[in-house]
Write a protein that binds this ligand. Structure first.
Ligand code: GLU
Length: 424
């Protein structure tokens, strides 16, 4: 099998090193022993699968797939499935660990998991992708299920992917199992408000962070990296709140307009062409330049490892809200802390998606649908309550928001584990 070229990054560090470093720091601060560190470092269960695909031209190609359940002390494992050429077992392990902390921080009754297939979905037909999704699902089906591990969308997957996953899993059981995945189409029991939930959550905490810094939305500028499931909605919600969003980017190009981007026009352009490139209402700039533009608020909402020790010193924003998982490396985090940049960590900032996934799972288990207004109100409540708790914990001990969030999460998982005890 030949590995397709990366469409996201030229080079990358291993995100698992950063995830383990963050965990090690939290465990040391909490004074936990080496055994606890080992227990929290190693995924509880992981599976690597071959995903043979018959291509439309009749040839066969074998893809690599993974599902990692980092922890399930607090409940079923939970987390997305990523389809990207950059997917590797270590990346999935890091993302699974971050899901454990995210669910614990948000006090959801879940552990953390992640899955992925190493594939560039743009190079395959819809029928080929359906076959990949179905085969991947049947390969991991022994370890997933509404009480075991509940997948959801991530980069390169969407509501249609979840519909195929649910259908494949249900076919093996002989009845419809709506609770096996979240982020499904609404027609199949997906929650109202799930598709925009991560973006809404990012906007809620971004506005809270501005208020905390005494900044007014209408006098604030922002740049958003990523124009997919998270970045697009986040940019639109920030603009609706009065923030002047001057730059956005996707995997092809970055665009800039000092007057602020017209998102209705950009949305129509992206729907028609599939990219922000070529949008008439802004100038194209270098993609890397987006991160260091002179803006107040920066929202990295694409992939991990984009804010590094090479560019952290040049970031002009006073606030960074992590829409992506793991966008800031450990080395960059230290530089930003020293420079007084407020970083709202991923496990807080982008938790809106998994919060509404939890609502969707609860609705599936009750076969009772909540109205959109209730979903959005409860999402906002949970995001802002978590924001307040993390800020309070950080300020009272002189810690960064990431350190405070990690301590809360790691403590909750450890307490759950300790009160359950070890099965011999
Ligand atoms: N993939 C999303 C995340 O990273 C959502 C996970 C979920 O809803 O389970 O948080």
């Amino acid at each position: 099998m030949t590995e397709p070229p990366s469409v996201h990054r030229a080079s990358r560090a291993n995100p698992l090193d950063d995830a383990l470093h963050q965990l090690g720091e939290a465990v040391a601060t909490l004074g936990y022993d080496e055994g606890t560190l080992q227990l929290l470092s190693a995924p509880r269960r992981e599976i690597s699968v071959a995903v043979p695909l018959r291509r439309d031209d009749g040839t066969i190609e074998v893809l690599n797939g993974y599902r990692v359940q980092h922890n399930y002390s607090r409940g079923p494992a939970k987390g997305g499935v990523r389809f990207s050429p950059d997917v590797s077992l270590d990346e999935v392990r890091a993302l699974a660990m971050w899901m454990t902390w995210k669910c614990a921080l948000m006090d959801l009754p879940y552990g953390g998991a992640k899955g992925g297939v190493t594939i560039d979905p743009s190079r395959y037909s819809a029928r080929e992708l359906e076959r990949v999704v179905r085969r991947y699902t049947s390969e991991i089906s022994p370890i997933i299920g509404p009480e075991r591990d509940i997948p959801a969308p991530d980069i390169g997957t969407d509501a249609q992917t979840m519909a195929w996953m649910m259908d494949t899993y249900s076919a093996t059981r002989g009845y419809t199992v709506a609770g096996v995945v979240t982020g499904k189409p609404v027609i199949l029991g997906g929650s109202l408000g799930r598709a925009s939930a991560t973006s809404r959550g990012v906007a809620h905490v971004a506005l809270a962070a501005l208020a905390y810094k005494g900044m007014k939305p209408e006098r604030t500028t922002a740049a958003v990296q990523g124009y997919g499931k998270v970045g697009r909605g986040a940019a639109e919600f920030l603009a609706e709140a009065g923030i002047r969003v001057v730059a956005v980017s996707d995997q092809f190009a970055a665009i800039h307009s000092e007057a602020g981007i017209d998102f209705a026009a950009l949305g129509a352009h992206v729907d028609a062409t599939g990219t922000v490139r070529g949008f008439r209402g802004a100038q194209e700039i270098d993609r890397d330049q987006l991160l260091t533009l002179p803006v107040d608020l920066l929202v990295p909402a694409a992939v991990e490892g984009v804010i590094t020790d090479a560019n952290a010193g040049d970031i002009a924003a006073r606030i960074i809200v992590e829409g992506a998982n793991g966008p800031t490396t450990v080395a960059a985090d230290a530089i930003l802390r020293d420079r007084g940049v407020l970083v709202v960590p991923d496990i807080l900032a982008n938790a809106g998606g998994v919060i509404v996934s939890y609502f969707e799972w609860a609705q599936a288990n009750q076969t009772y649908r909540w109205p959109l207004a209730l979903v959005e109100e409860r999402l906002k409540e949970r995001m802002l309550a978590a924001w307040e708790d993390v800020v309070k914990a950080a300020d009272s001990h002189g810690r960064t928001l990431r350190q405070a969030a990690m301590l809360t999460a790691v403590e909750r998982v450890t307490q759950a584990h300790e009160s359950r005890g070890l099965h011999p």
